[in-house]
Design a protein around this ligand. Structure first.
Ligand SMILES: Nc1ncnc2c1ncn2[C@@H]1O[C@H](COP(=O)(O)OP(=O)(O)OP(=O)(O)O)[C@@H](O)[C@H]1O
Length: 469
């Protein structure tokens, strides 16, 4: 009987990589990836080698980054190594720090006295908005925006990273465009990203998910190496509907064991759908998840990124997380305490959310309002956050609308990139107290209130009381 091919778990044993790169040190790890700093031998360029231990996550990240190749505010993918029996390894530009480190430095580090200057905040926000605008113009929804996924170069250029949960969505009128009008191309060898967008078969279909491997070009650095496979060579099944995996990066295998009802419910629900399927609500990191995801939506759009942006901007303004929930229910409770109840008066579509009728919260009589969370901030800043943190996703402002907001054109003007203060290293979650930042690494799972039947949640002195019927 044939032995299964053993899988290599270490890039150190990958000859095709070590012959081109000297691996210097491990700089980070996430739910599904290890990241190493390395030196490209032929020109000494510093790069990040991201070894992705999850097939789907690796595929998604490569697919998204190839599409977004020309966008200045998205991390550059230099090349990738992909073979059937080994982890995907992405060669990314090396970015030494991130927005979470900026926030930490301003709150507790060397910049503590002064905090963040308004001109700095504006420039960081502009860069984030340009990155998200590029994603959405290319029909890509990131699905895990948070400060630690917004990486920063030593020169102060902010770039969206960690596209392991990204999806390409297509809807009528949601046309991918070449970003050339706005962005400076960085790699002329790559085809026009808009070439990858197929025609819709059914124009009535609201959202179509690409199931076919996109017709990317072959040359991407290593196509002459037989161990490196292109999308064109990949099995069609490797274009994943969300149902093929457990909980993407939000729920690790240990989470599943510890809390079986969470992800098993998700798999049971979506696992049978092998065609164009619903999206999973099990994405993102809890503190930045939109209410529709917390209520189990499988038909959401790019607006989930806009909610995350609202949370990120609020954090830049106050230097603390806006909704640091400790569970899905606590997360929703915190949102309701600030914004008020979610009802059909504020969002008529909310009653259609899968878990809307499964769980009901006690009425919040006097919501705090965003103002209370952002003391000492200007009316314009509060308004900007409010434009993103709307219950009704269609009311959330687009990145382009926000970029045109007068906030960015009035004094104090945004600093130039070269004027920005840049921390020397990445944010490390264990630098702070677990209560405050542990959830940056504490991945959440799908909303699974349905497993218990209807429930009623009330606030108590110590948290919430949940009554199941
Ligand atoms: N291009 C890069 N340059 C330098 N460091 C990087 C780069 N990409 C990632 N890192 C570091 O590695 C860490 C993990 O990377 P990343 O977030 O992409 O992995 P992941 O497993 O997909 O993460 P998550 O668990 O957040 O989904 C990052 O927090 C960052 O510190």
């Amino acid at each position: 009987m044939e032995q299964p091919v053993s899988k290599s778990w270490s890039i150190h044993t990958r000859r095709e990589i070590t012959s081109k790169y000297q691996i210097l040190e491990r700089v980070g790890s996430g739910a599904y990836a290890d990241v190493y700093k390395a030196r490209r031998l032929f020109d000494n360029l510093k790069v990040a080698l991201k070894e992705v231990h999850d097939y789907q996550s690796g595929f998604r990240e490569i697919e998204a980054l190839q599409t977004l190749q020309n966008c200045p505010n998205v991390v550059v993918l230099h090349e990738y190594f992909w073979s059937e029996d080994e982890d995907a390894v992405l060669v990314l530009e090396y970015l030494p720090t991130d927005l979470a480190a900026v926030i930490r430095e301003a709150k507790k580090g060397e910049w503590k006295e002064e905090g963040l200057r308004v001109g700095e905040i504006k420039r960081w926000m502009i860069q984030v908005l340009c990155g998200v605008d590029a994603c959405h113009r290319n029909s890509i929804v990131h699905r895990d925006l948070k400060p630690s996924n917004l990486l920063i170069s030593a020169e102060g250029v902010l770039k969206l990273a960690d596209f392991g949960q990204a999806r390409i969505l297509l809807a009528p009128g949601f046309i991918a465009v070449n970003d050339d009008q706005q962005n400076t191309p960085t790699n002329e060898a790559v085809d026009n990203p808009s070439d990858i967008v197929p025609e819709l078969d059914n124009p009535d279909q609201e959202v179509q998910i690409i199931q076919e491997a996109p017709p990317y070009r072959k040359e991407f650095g290593l196509s002459d190496d037989p161990k490196v496979r292109d999308f064109e060579d990949m099995d069609k099944e490797s274009c994943f509907p969300d149902c093929d995996t457990s909980c993407l990066a939000t729920c690790t295998a240990s989470d599943i064991e510890e809390d079986p009802f969470k992800s098993y419910a998700y798999e049971a629900e979506e696992g049978q759908n092998q065609g164009l399927g619903p999206l999973t609500s099990c994405v993102g990191t809890r503190w930045f998840r939109a209410p529709e995801l917390l209520y189990g939506s499988t038909t959401y759009g790019p607006e989930i990124d806009l909610w995350s942006l609202g949370c990120i901007f609020a954090e830049l303004l106050s230097l603390k997380p806006l909704f640091p929930g400790t569970s899905d229910i606590d997360q929703l409770g915190r949102i309701f305490n600030v914004l008020g109840d979610l009802s059909k008066e504020v969002w008529p579509g909310c009653t259609e959310l899968p878990d809307y009728n499964t769980i009901s919260f006690g009425k919040v009589e006097n919501p705090l309002g965003i103002e209370a969370c952002l003391p000492n901030r200007s009316a314009d800043e509060i308004l900007l956050v409010k434009k993103l943190l709307c219950y009704d996703p269609t009311n959330r402002a687009t990145p382009m609308e926000l970029l045109q907001d007068r906030y960015f054109n009035e004094e104090p003007l945004p600093l130039t990139i070269s004027e920005l203060r840049v921390p020397s290293k990445h944010y490390a979650a264990d630098e702070d107290s677990p209560n405050e930042c542990g959830d940056y690494k504490d991945f959440d799972s799908d909303s699974d209130f349905g497993d218990f039947g209807p429930s009623y949640v009330t606030r108590t002195e110590h948290g919430y009381a949940i009554q199941f019927y």
